[in-house]
Design a protein. Sequence first.
Length: 398
Amino acid sequence: MREFIVTFAKDHGWRVRVDGAGNILCHRNRREIALQAHYDMVCVGRAPQIQLVRQGPFLMAREASLGADNGVGVAIMLALMAKGCEGEYLFTNDEEIGLVGAKHLGFELEAKGMVNLDSEEFGAIFVGAAGGVGLQGRLPIEYEEGGGPFWEVSFQGQGGHSGVDITKPIPNAIKELLHYLATQDLRIARIEGGERDNAIPAKARAIVAGEPQPAPGIAIAPAQPLPLIREDVEVLALLLAIPHGVREWDESLAIPAASQNLALVKSEAGELLVNISLRAMDREGLTRLERENSALLWGFGAVLKSLDRYPPWEPRIGKFAREIQKRYEAMVGHEVPFKAIHAGLESAIFAARFPEMEILSIGPQISNPHSTKERVRLDTIPPIYHLLEGLLCGDEAS
């Protein structure tokens, strides 16, 4: 993807720079406004082998995440570059694994205003976002031989984004499997679930010994014998004790103030690996979540590690945001509110790096990102493109 963007930009006459983190900056002469999108995606299901499916006004991928997050933003930027609309075009790398590209940006930007194109709600302008941190625990486990019969028990759900979808009735596959195991007289040999730290787990499975009973949503199949986790290792108790979902609610923003996602569980090589993704709208809330979950994991004997910390993006509405709002409302014919989102955006990193730059985020309507149900509403893409075309190329161009 990086090679494609670089070649495309050079073929259309843009100066191109690539830094050590894989970020790409393209510009010509006028650099008052920057557009920014990330060019990596969360691969779920069959992705990155993507077969596009059109369903009415929506575009999806068959049994895979689509990559509209943030491929649509990338496509809009490339289209504007092809037309010659001048500005700074910043394509960032590795956003989905902790805003890595933004954190290690090797360029100085000249723009005084930035439009991030990673929002997923059409008809709103985002000026704030949650901060986050991943918390990892490694719990030593020991095994012993035991009798069978052995079975694989599993749960399959739909998954979703661990920030924007955390308020929805989407089952966490790990939690569903744990609650099933808590009702059964079984010994655990292996347990694993989850795919990405920033995705609500869609799959979880365990190899168990005993006689598992049927239950809604649980698949049961014969399995090969394996050594059993010793009964004095409290794997089930630890995992059941870890919360999942909204922890606090912000009434003023009508979004979660704090949440957490039991994202990944895997038993192998003599240890139980547990990853929890934590989000909060302010630094103190994030610190409290990390402290509580660290105490829980430590209490069970886990070795702790913090992963991919990024700050909250605190709202700031200035002249640039008001201009975008005016153009947006003129295009759609109704009020366009300023909002904050309970998810991490690279805008938080850029706001700290470039304190004089005014930053906002817009985008088309995208549903269920980070899952096989991801889809983008196609008729919401052209308005975003034309808004930016008028901003960068002049209103007569759009």
